[in-house]
Design a protein around this ligand. Structure first.
Ligand SMILES: Nc1ncnc2c1ncn2[C@@H]1O[C@H](COP(=O)(O)OP(=O)(O)OP(=O)(O)O)[C@@H](O)[C@H]1O
Ligand code: SF4
Ligand SMILES: [Mg+2]
Length: 411
């Protein structure tokens, strides 16, 4: 039985601009003694996932739904008080993002490690200090560190203090949110080795949140690739990092600089979408180099791309000579020309779509081009969000779905 089984977790924030879909229906399991790395670009919802699991909710929560099974119990069904007593820090704990910089400068390290025991469990101060020193020993900190203030500690020592805080109540699952991103490479390696040793010795399970693919591949048994509030690909780290199925994972891996490689890292064009208006269809379609008919372009996005292309290529041979372009609803785009007739414009636009589909994937979304009395109507294919398909190793991409249907998974 998995120690943690997350099913259809949804966690949105309410803002003036609308609801931020930070975590949108994600599911994954974590086995005892295993590490799952949650990887993705900044703002994709990694910390929000962690906060949702630990029910660390700000006031502006818009939706918080799903099931979180911990040790065989659906902890979403627990009242807040029971959750605090039974689960938070005791069953599942967390090293918060940036925690080493948030240590209280006026309180000695040992007292800060002991604090959860005193605050949450009313443990007597001397006993709490004894346990704090023991927890600090577990993470390789000598006893005298307990008496030092944070400014007397190195970055690596501070991070060990923060990990000791997360371990003091002997949880089964520890969520580590970017635990090493503020550390130099050697200290980072020491911390990762410490985490590995504790996992091997004590059977701890980790959710390791990072945007560092190298660290993720070093520590993780499984990996979940997040994009725009969703999991795009999830599976054994050995498989996902070697033969990613999802185009986003492939681009993410290609963006990592490599020592001793002639190849320059590739950047993913564009930026992650605004999560108050996640793109319809596949959320990656605006940046996907292999997007096609099913991926979900809508008229407004099509018009934006076409205008951009017009600004950079107008006047060049083969570019259709339209003077106006506008979206009509979600699936229709209307083009008008000053000089050419609708028939001439429709013919040149059809030719342009045919020849430009490979270099500009958004053109693949064109279903038909029709000359009307005064304008040209371009109708787009309707897309849909791809489901996460597969068993042990799942990816949410229509191409993977098509390939699986023909029994050949793209490498
Ligand atoms: N309290 C909040 N209110 C409104 N929006 C929020 C709040 N906290 C986070 N967000 C938004 O939710 C989305 C996901 O944020 P989150 O912090 O989970 O991302 P992340 O993947 O952890 O990013 P990073 O790698 O930068 O830490 C972002 O668009 C962020 O701006
Ligand atoms: S479904 Fe697959 S091919 Fe289509 S945009 Fe998404 S990742 Fe790209
Ligand atoms: Mg974060």
């Amino acid at each position: 039985m998995a120690v943690l089984d997350i099913r259809n977790l949804i966690y949105w924030y309410r803002t003036r601009r609308g609801a931020v879909h930070a975590v949108d229906n994600i599911s994954f399991k974590l086995e005892q003694g295993e590490t799952i790395a949650v990887v993705g670009e900044s703002g994709c919802g990694k910390t929000s996932t962690a906060n949702a699991i630990l029910r660390l909710l700000p006031k502006n929560v818009e939706r918080y739904e799903g099931e979180i099974w911990f040790d065989g119990q659906d902890i979403m069904a627990l009242g807040n008080e029971d959750f605090r007593k039974q689960v938070r820090w005791k069953g599942i704990s967390m090293v918060l993002q940036g925690a080493l910089n948030a240590l209280n400068p006026t309180v000695r390290a040992g007292a800060q490690v002991a604090e959860p025991l005193i605050v949450h469990y009313d443990v007597d101060r001397d006993e709490a200090m004894e346990q704090a020193v023991a927890a600090m020993k577990r993470v390789g900190l000598p006893q005298d560190i307990a008496r030092r203030y944070p400014h007397e500690l190195s970055g690596g020592m501070k991070q060990r203090v923060v990990i000791a805080m997360a371990l003091i109540l002997k949880p089964k699952v520890v969520i580590l949110d970017e635990p090493t991103s503020a550390l130099d490479v050697m200290t980072q390696t020491n911390i990762i080795n410490l985490l590995k040793e504790m996992k091997a010795a004590e059977g701890l399970s980790y959710i390791f949140i990072t945007h560092d693919l190298g660290l993720a591949s070093d520590l993780a048994d499984h990996v979940a690739i997040m994009y725009a509030g969703e999991i795009d690909e999830i599976g054994p780290a050995d498989h996902v990092f070697v033969h990613p199925k999802h185009p986003y994972t492939g681009r993410l891996l290609a963006s990592v600089p490599r020592l001793r490689s002639e190849d320059a890292p590739e950047f993913i064009p564009g930026a992650p979408p605004d999560l108050t208006r996640p793109p319809p269809g596949c959320r990656f379609h605006l940046r996907c180099p292999v997007a096609f008919e099913k991926c979900g372009w809508v008229a407004e996005e099509f018009v934006d791309r076409l205008r951009l292309l017009q600004a950079t290529t107008q006047g060049k041979e083969g570019f259709p000579r339209f003077s106006e372009v506008e979206a009509r609803g979600t699936q229709m785009v209307v083009l008008r020309a000053d000089s050419d007739s609708p028939e001439t414009l429709a013919a040149s636009f059809s030719e342009f779509v045919k020849s430009g589909r490979e270099t500009n994937p958004f053109l693949k979304s064109v279903r038909s081009v029709d000359a009307k009395t005064k304008a040209v109507a371009v109708t787009l294919h309707e897309g849909a969000p791809p489901p996460l398909i597969g068993e042990e190793w799942r990816a949410a991409c229509w191409l993977v779905q098509e390939a699986t249907a023909h029994d050949t998974i793209p490498a």
